[in-house]
Ligand binder design. Sequence first.
Ligand SMILES: [Zn+2]
Length: 274
Amino acid sequence: MKLWKISSLYYGKITVPKGNLAAGLDPDLLIDFPYTGFLLRNGDENVLVDTGIHADHIVDGRAWGGCPAEGGASFVLDALAKEGLTPEDIDTVIYTHLHNDHAGNALLFPEAKTYFQKDEYTNLLNPLPTQKIREDFDPRTPGDLARLKHIYMFDGNLRLPNGLELYKVPGHTSGSIAIVVPTAEGRYVITGDIPHLGIALFPKLDTYELLGGECIPITPAPDNMMPYLFNSVIYDHYAAYDSYNLLKCLAEAFEPKWYLTGHDPWVINRHSFG
Ligand SMILES: [Zn+2]
């Protein structure tokens, strides 16, 4: 089996109080969180993980929760161009989940094999009231998916013939998945938004790396918030505990560097893995 190389892709960003994604810790600290995609290459196949936010979903420069944001198809195209690729070069698209900032540009890849979890599709079609209020799911996404030519909707865990491992990790949404990517360095886990940030899995971290590379001090979680730091976008806490416990088992080691989350700036800064 061939090993993979991973590149993180910058699809834009959203400016959110850190407290929103860290159980209220450091509520006055505003941070630019990237919209992140990943390109996985093994020499035979180009796999894209997530397609970012649709430009129409950013209204007057604001997106999820009314927070300032930038993004759209042009960011996806620019990120691919920096890797020397166009959308036609993408063989496979895997969605960690179908939230508006992860599946907004599906129509750029109509011919790609497209993987997502069955329960995620059910959640997309039947959002909770709290998910509707913020339009966590883009109303355009069901129609977009219907126009894709090669849908691979699966239920549970799946090991692909190319060596990528897909694990169901519900809690943030009903059908989120994590992707284990075997590389020459070891096993990386692309987590999607459960957790959004590494500090959710490692709540005692006391520094945080911003876009551009500057590190700032942050408040480590108090002991009564351990072992994991959940935020207000966890819709099923029982499922989330199971998912975090599973994530803990999947990587090369239970250390922050192996967990490539949906919105951590350091993942964009480092860019290449494996
Ligand atoms: Zn999400």
